[in-house]
Design a protein around this ligand. Structure first.
Ligand code: ADP
Length: 432
């Protein structure tokens, strides 16, 4: 029965009751009294039904519905339907919550949910293992009271969280963690910590391997180059014209291998330290003039090298490394620009940063290559790079040197128009 028809039924019930009261009232000549009695009876019945409804609402189950017909039956069946739906929704939610908790517990990475004040709301099993948190007593505690490493407070309260923090695992000695913080909801945060011990070990093995191989190859190559040179100057050999060309090629290739090994060793050295140890005040004007003079003497057909210095600040860093980075950029510019072109070195302030730029109007680079230029051995045209004596490691070295100076490299280039390589130094690496 729908709500409308049960209301109509109830209406007719009231009309019937009133008619009965009027009829009896007419018989006994007491119409008002019988109408009042009918009203009282109706009110008492409604009160009784309300009381039964209130008791039933304590545990609203279909089986215990006391009335199945009329308006009250309709009310009972509607309430029981709503409560059944509610119960199903709750069950679904709790199953979902259980599955979610079970899956996050199974995660190998630690996850800690924090409220707006940085207090722990919840964490998974890996957080107990890696961060040493204890379920019973640590929920509700400020996270920084429990993870007391100073770098943790700096990272947590700092504004720049784009770079994850690497730190020792408080709960697992000898292990290293990579920590990230992701904001969610309204001011809440999720801390994620990954055990990177194995990854760091592999990285160290790779670096050691490259450094050792390069080191081991250096001595035999020096010996080979020495012998080739000796042979080239040997009069008996010089008399044999057919040997001149092979010896020349052997000499060039040995020199190239030596250059690759030197570059690999430079990279290995740069990789093993995290930030530049030296903090000399490097005068950019001196640096630029030195590199310009060196590079102008590279070949006879070098394009013109100009300088534009609009910043008086010095760089706090390692002068040898900065010179090597700038030389790499200028040599590249010279190698990729025709003799009638121009290479411009500029130094200028931008906000509280300063930019050291090497720009050329040479051949330029197609956009698809630009993001990969700082990868080791990545070359746009490997054959031409080798011809020019390139190792494919120059820009990788530049990037590492800049990293060690907290600086970054921006590359802008247009094919056929030229390229701009910008080294951007932050305020705390500059000195007035
Ligand atoms: P390479 O030893 O080959 O110069 P780099 O790492 O220094 O290695 O440079 C990688 C590649 O980037 C080069 O092979 C070249 O194709 C491209 N490149 C670098 N600088 C320039 C430039 N100024 N103009 C055009 N191409 C460039």
């Amino acid at each position: 029965m729908n709500a409308r028809s049960s209301w109509i039924e109830e209406f007719w019930r009231i009309v019937l009751l009133a008619a009965l009261a009027v009829a009896l009232g007419l018989i006994f000549e007491q119409v008002t009294l019988f109408l009042l009695l009918a009203l009282l009876a109706y009110s008492l019945r409604s009160l009784f039904n309300l009381q039964r409804l209130s008791t039933w609402l304590g545990e609203p189950r279909v089986e215990t519905i006391p009335i199945h017909f009329g308006l009250w039956g309709d009310i009972y069946s509607r309430i029981s339907r709503v409560s059944r739906r509610q119960a199903q929704r709750e069950k679904r939610l709790s199953t979902l919550l259980n599955e979610y908790t079970a899956s996050t517990s199974a995660l190998p990475d630690a996850a800690v949910a924090l409220d707006t004040e940085g207090r722990i709301r919840w964490f998974n099993d890996a957080a107990s293992r890696l961060l040493g948190l204890q379920a019973a007593k640590d929920v509700g505690q400020p996270l920084l009271n429990l993870l007391r490493a100073p770098e943790m407070a700096v990272f947590f309260n700092g504004s720049d969280r784009s770079t994850p923090l690497q730190t020792a695992a408080p709960g697992l000695s000898g292990h290293q963690l990579e920590i990230r913080i992701a904001p969610y909801g309204e001011g809440q945060q999720l801390l994620l910590a990954q055990d990177i011990t194995e990854r760091l070990q592999h990285e160290r093995m790779r670096k050691d391997f490259v450094a050792n191989v390069s080191h081991e190859l250096r001595t035999p190559l020096t010996v080979i180059s020495g012998f080739i040179e000796n042979l080239q100057h040997d009069e008996a050999i010089q008399a044999e014209a057919r040997l001149a060309r092979p010896l020349e090629v052997m000499g060039q290739q040995a020199e190239r291998m030596q250059q690759i090994i030197e570059d690999l060793l430079v990279l290995a050295r740069l990789e093993t330290a995290s930030t530049a140890s030296a903090r000399e005040q490097v005068d950019v004007e001196d640096l630029v003039s030195l590199v310009a003079a060196e590079c102008s003497a590279l070949r006879y057909d070098v394009p013109s090298i100009e300088c534009d210095l609009r910043c008086s600040k010095k760089i706090l860093g390692d002068s040898k490394q900065l010179r090597s980075a700038l030389t790499n950029l200028v040599v590249n510019a010279v190698n990729h620009t025709p003799a009638e072109g121009e290479v411009m070195m500029s130094w200028w302030p931008r906000g509280n940063e300063a930019i050291l730029e090497v720009a050329d109007n040479g051949e330029g680079i197609a956009p698809e290559h630009v993001p990969r230029l700082t990868e080791r051995f990545y070359r746009v045209d490997a054959g031409r790079s080798r011809e020019r004596g390139g190792t494919g490691l120059g820009l990788a070295i530049v990037k590492h040197i800049l990293n060690r100076h907290d600086a970054r490299l921006e590359i802008e280039s247009r094919l056929g128009e030229g390229s701009r390589f910008r080294c951007i130094f932050p305020a705390d690496r500059l000195h007035d």
